[in-house]
Design a protein around this ligand. Structure first.
Ligand code: THU
Length: 139
């Protein structure tokens, strides 16, 4: 599973976004150590706070399938009118950063934010969520 394929899967997941309120469609694709991929799209709700982000849907799919050995996530987000070439690098929100932190080593977990398969930025989770609070603090 290379980065471009993971981004393509995030773009594909984005097509299944349910986002009639913001019209901001997001797709995410998480890859496990053996190459297994779990995807998610944002799911909005008429009661706005009940909305869930694409990244957390993908994490929920992985964890509820018994997989927590996640290595990287690709994210693609932009307004509904935009299709393949997005104008945004849709960096994950703070809550999603914290949820990813729960299951990863932030120094090595990779976050790819893509406008297209050929145009993306790469961060470690530690870069996006420095000095984070995680499960180790509770040991
Ligand atoms: N959204 C995500 O799916 N992921 C993020 O990290 C940021 C925001 C969604 C939530 C909502 O449906 C829309 O984007 C606008 O906030």
């Amino acid at each position: 599973m290379d980065d471009k394929e993971l981004i393509r899967l995030a773009m594909d997941a984005r097509s299944r976004s349910y986002s009639p309120y913001s019209e901001y469609r997001v797709g995410a694709a998480l890859v496990c150590s053996d190459g297994t991929v779990f995807t998610g799209a944002n799911i909005e709700n008429a009661s706005y706070p009940a909305t869930v982000c694409a990244e957390r849907v993908a994490v929920g799919n992985a964890i509820s399938s018994g997989r927590s050995d996640i290595k990287a996530i690709a994210i693609a987000g932009g307004k509904s009118s935009e299709t393949s070439a997005l104008s945004d690098y849709a960096t994950p929100c703070g809550i999603c950063r914290q949820v990813l932190r729960e299951f990863t080593d932030p120094r090595v977990f990779r976050v790819l934010v893509a406008r297209s398969v050929d145009d993306y930025k790469e961060f470690t989770l530690d870069e996006l969520l420095p000095e984070s609070f995680g499960p180790d603090h509770l040991n």
